[in-house]
Design a protein around this ligand. Structure first.
Ligand SMILES: *Cc1c(COP(=O)(O)O)cnc(C)c1O
Length: 457
């Protein structure tokens, strides 16, 4: 028998004793204890003490349609009753798998008309690696195996996805990464621009790809992968010149272009996919988070007609997950797409809420002495925290300013995320202008209180 904890501190004690947390400093459990979330609705979540918190991170960048959508709940319940599980191996399918693939064909750009399902962004990217290498083998170039990604790129946490990504702290865990992965500089002008205009810097950053391909030998490079806007690396949006140059280089050297749309997909930038926002024509796309708004785990890999043709020629595909295309997760993804379409969320973000969000944050970034730069596009943003705005003096890791700001904001019932020394914001796409006002006001208060801690206000 499990005796349910009676209060928050009992939940915290059990959690500390038995639960291993991803990406959480163990010191935190003694200084504050975890926050136990219990219910949610729309853009708000409630903790075990009854606090109502504005979730400006949409969970982990995923709850695009907001919490508590009854249509999605009913779609899941219906599917659980009809057929809770069947697999996609050995020439089998279920109606929701088929419908979801067909629906995604309508939504994805270009000739990305074929879909492989998995359960997480990490698994989707593992699949990308396997499919791209398989593609080149079938096409008679089996030496093309290396993937080029970017520093501060995030592609997930499995051994392959972490090797693909460029997160230093994650690389350090467990010593050895897989062979066959290389990384280039992330296109962050504020950090690496050395005074260049963004347009010139964007070209320079993209040309790092050409240099890396030539260094490795084009005959060994399978693909380049990038998030349209880098999310977990700190919301790094590239200059407008960047992606066109990346595209040109990939075509020149016969390198597949992979867009990791796990965050940007499903409306985040005011288009169904971030690739449309930047005019990218990817050969392969991975998607996850916004595909189901996090209601159930599901991810997908989209491939072009050409990649699909090679996979077909290659015979039986020796790859798949027990829960690839889980029928309930597919039903949830379909219901999620229905909600986005019925509420015209993509258009609303592009034409209404994102311009307002950026205007409000732009004013904050201009006026607040502790904000050095505003990054992002659409409904994803980062505020770079600085000690000295005009001298562009950043806070250091020892200052810990962003984590301090995050905790201050949480105590004021606002969830933002701290990435290095920036504050990251990625609210549900259903957020209203009134809720954006609340978000920005709370962010302003949190920044003021943080600045006061450092004697800057
Ligand atoms: C979150 C994320 C992933 C990994 O997804 P998981 O479901 O956590 O495995 C991959 N790529 C990007 C861009 C992400 O943001």
């Amino acid at each position: 028998m499990f005796n349910k904890p009676a209060n928050t501190s009992e939940w915290q004690a059990l959690d500390k004793a038995h639960h291993i947390h991803p990406f959480t400093d163990p010191k935190y459990f003694d200084s504050r204890g975890v926050r136990v979330m219990t219910t949610a609705d729309g853009c708000y979540i409630w903790d075990s003490d009854g606090n109502k918190i504005l979730d400006a991170m949409a969970g982990l960048w995923c709850v695009n349609i907001g919490y508590g959508n009854k249509d999605v709940v009913q779609a899941a319940a219906r599917q659980l009753e009809t057929l809770p599980y069947y697999n996609t191996f050995f020439q089998s399918s279920t109606p929701t798998q088929i419908e979801l693939a067909a629906r995604l064909t309508e939504l994805t750009p270009g000739d990305l008309n074929h879909f492989f399902f998995a359960n997480s962004g990490s698994e989707a990217n593992d699949t990308v690696i396997r499919l791209a290498r398989h593609y080149w083998t079938v096409r008679g170039k089996p030496k093309k195996t290396t993937f080029i990604g970017r520093h501060k790129g995030y592609h997930g946490s499995t051994l392959a996805a972490v090797s693909l990504g460029g997160m230093k702290d994650m690389h350090a865990l467990g010593h050895t990464l897989l062979p066959g992965f290389a990384h280039i500089m992330e296109p962050h002008c504020y950090a690496h621009g050395n005074g260049l205009e963004p347009e010139a810097f964007g070209l320079q950053a993209a040309q790092k790809l050409e240099e890396k391909i030539l260094e490795l030998g084009p005959e060994t490079v399978a693909a380049f992968i990038g998030e349209p806007i880098q999310g977990a690396g700190g919301v790094i949006d590239p200059p407008a010149t960047y992606w066109g140059e990346i595209q040109r280089i990939c075509e020149k050297y016969d390198v597949l272009l992979v867009a990791d749309e796990v965050i940007c997909g499903f409306g985040r930038l005011g288009h169904w996919f971030g690739s449309e926002y930047y005019g990218i024509r990817p050969d392969i796309v991975s998607m996850a988070k916004g595909l189901s708004s996090g209601y159930l785990p599901i991810s997908a890999v989209a491939v072009s007609d050409e990649v699909f043709a090679a996979i077909q020629e290659g015979g039986p595909l020796a790859h798949g997950y027990t829960y690839s295309g889980h029928p309930v997760a597919c039903a949830v993804a379909i219901a999620n797409i229905d909600v986005i379409e019925r509420q015209s969320l993509v258009d609303r973000v592009r034409e209404n809420t994102a311009p307002y969000f950026r205007q409000c944050l732009g004013e904050l970034a201009d006026q607040h002495p502790m904000v050095g730069e505003l990054r992002g596009a659409g409904l994803i943003a980062a505020l770079q925290l600085v000690r000295d705005k005009s001298a562009r003096e950043n806070f250091t890791a020892e200052d810990n300013a962003a984590n301090i700001c995050r905790d201050i904001c949480l105590d004021n019932n606002l969830i933002m995320r701290a990435v290095e020394q920036s504050m990251v914001i990625c609210p549900p796409l259903i957020i209203t202008r009134t809720e954006i006002d609340e978000l920005v006001e709370k962010a302003w208060t949190g920044l003021n209180d943080t600045a006061a801690r450092f004697g800057l206000l």
